[in-house]
Design a protein around this ligand. Structure first.
Ligand code: HEC
Ligand code: HEC
Length: 468
């Protein structure tokens, strides 16, 4: 028995108490060519969590939803946009449980897919594919969405067609989706209750070891809501000037030109950086909005923009979130009958047909391919759409009516606009350990490249291995 095989045996012995028997196994071949069976569940069941837990909750000293920790341009508007419900504030233990659930493949019926399979941290929690393969390899019809800053999507509704009324409502749906994870919640609740890793985590989060559907939803929602990102080159530049319209000192000339195009001639900000003034006028309470508000909002903002001189709009524009406030039609499809009805299918309203929610443009550089069906592979393709091929559509957003023939930015301005969009990438959130996989994975190829395993005692007091 060589050193390699011996190590493998030690791992299995030490991890037995943590093994939930899901009857899954995976054949592995060791360096010496011996083949061994390692239960996938064993690999899954080994956690590495810090004690005390990572910080996810807002600081106790903050009076307004953790805003003290945010840059000024975000702080000013954070509270008004925050969709955290009073009954489910983020706690460190709750988000920690949510993190474990998020990365746990046993939430899918055959143990092959976790939330993180389609929401990968290094891709701003998307998966790099037009549509995502679920537990048995079949694909849905929509593109995976970024999960960053969802806390600040003020309407609170989730999915491209906004069919979920809140994050708490959204997070359970992939589990029972017949293409995504294919599980049954009634069965899953029992399975989690029997799984030795979970009772202590539920106890820490909710003061009881009992697993319920609502607690799973609350913990997952807390974790997702804790994923916020305001440390991009854009934020650094925005913090250094009084107005978003000023040139940013840390930007190149090209990036500043691109920012100008985004805010003015390109018309992007009108939708993707909703003016605060528009929000004050919208009939919302800060809670989730009804889908039927969408049409009213859209025409209200179009009216607003014709009413107001650009300077008035400028004065009230928030410069933090890069969300479009509610679903709309951006002219990628011409024929409503032949394309995905989006919100229209959910609301049954003709005026919602073809309307889609959009993720924040933050981190857009790493969330491709783009649009609800992932049809555009690059940012340049997206810009080509707005530049030349906005299609007439009965529900085309009035803010784009004039652009039906395209906004026709010259090449230099178009390239600059793409460069500006890349300044919205926050590298730190893509690697922040608080949002990373807490399971200690065994990757034989990586281990071999690193010359084998070293052993560690993780923070649950259990011995596991980490890759060198
Ligand atoms: C098989 C791939 C897949 C899995 C697994 C998956 N998702 Fe998703 N997720 C998607 C896709 C695709 C969408 C967009 C679907 C749509 O709009 O119809 C989405 C949308 C979302 C959204 C909405 C974001 C927004 O801005 O509206 C959230 C939140 C989310 N997923 C969280 C999760 C969580 C939590 C899990 C695990 C319980 C999970 N997802 C599992 C692919 C997946
Ligand atoms: C009328 C409002 C509106 C305007 C103006 C607008 N967009 Fe969009 N944008 C949308 C909508 C709605 C979508 C999602 C459409 C879909 O997927 O069906 C979208 C999608 C996108 C996406 C893809 C997002 C993703 O996660 O896949 C990018 C990038 C984008 N827009 C950039 C821009 C840029 C750059 C401009 C200015 C040239 C601009 N948009 C102008 C409404 C708008």
């Amino acid at each position: 028995m060589n050193r390699w095989t011996a190590n493998v045996v030690v791992v299995l012995t030490f991890s037995l108490p943590l093994t939930a028997n899901l009857g899954l196994s995976d054949e592995r071949v060791t360096k010496s060519g011996d083949s061994i069976n390692v239960p996938t569940a064993t690999e899954q069941r080994r956690l590495q969590l810090p004690d005390p837990p990572f910080r996810y909750a807002d600081s106790d000293n903050d009076t307004d939803n953790g805003a003290a920790a945010l840059p000024q341009h975000v702080r000013a508007v954070a509270q008004a946009f925050d969709n955290t419900p009073p009954e489910n504030p983020i706690t460190d233990a709750g988000a920690t449980l949510g993190r474990v659930l998020f990365y746990d493949k046993s939430l899918s019926v055959n143990g092959t897919v976790s939330c993180a399979s389609c929401h990968q941290q290094d891709k701003a929690f998307t998966d790099g594919q037009p549509t995502s393969p679920g537990f048995d390899g079949r694909r849905g019809k929509r593109n995976s969405m970024s999960l960053i800053n969802l806390r600040y999507y003020r309407p609170g509704r989730m999915f491209w067609d906004e069919r979920a009324s809140s994050l708490e409502d959204q997070v359970l749906r992939p589990i029972e989706d017949p293409i995504e994870m294919g599980h049954q919640l009634s069965v899953l609740i029992n399975q989690i209750q029997q799984d030795p890793i979970y009772p202590p985590l539920f106890d820490a989060a909710f003061g009881e070891t009992t697993v319920t559907k609502d607690r799973i939803a609350q913990a997952l929602a807390q974790f997702v809501r804790s994923i916020v990102s305001f440390a991009s080159p854009y934020d650094e530049g925005r913090a250094a000037v009084a107005s978003i319209y000023d040139d940013f000192p840390n930007f190149t000339e090209q990036q500043n030109l691109g920012k100008q195009m985004f805010l003015t001639r390109g018309g992007c900000a009108i939708c993707h950086l909703a003016p605060d003034e528009f929000l004050h006028r919208s009939p919302r309470s800060g809670q989730a909005t009804l889908i039927s508000d969408t049409a009213a909002q859209t025409s209200a903002s179009a009216e607003l923009l014709t009413d107001l001189a650009p300077d008035d709009v400028i004065a009230d524009r928030q410069s933090a979130f890069f969300f479009v406030e509610g679903p709309t039609v951006n002219g990628i499809d011409g024929d409503p009958a032949a394309s995905d009805p989006g919100v229209g299918q959910v609301s049954g309203l003709e005026q919602d047909r073809g309307a889609f929610k959009v993720s924040s443009l933050r981190n857009i550089e790493v969330t491709g391919p783009y649009m609800h069906d992932g049809r555009f592979t690059t940012i340049d393709r997206v810009l080509e759409h707005y530049n030349w091929s906005v299609r007439p559509h009965p529900n085309l957003d009035p803010r784009l009516q004039e652009a039906v023939k395209g906004i026709a930015l010259p090449e230099k301005e178009k390239v600059a606009l793409a460069e500006f969009l890349k300044t919205l990438t926050d590298r730190s959130v893509l690697t922040d350990v608080r949002f990373s996989d807490p399971f200690v994975r065994w990757n034989p190829a990586k281990a071999a490249a690193a010359g084998g395993f070293r052993f560690c005692r993780n923070d649950l007091g259990r011995t596991g291995h980490v890759l060198s």
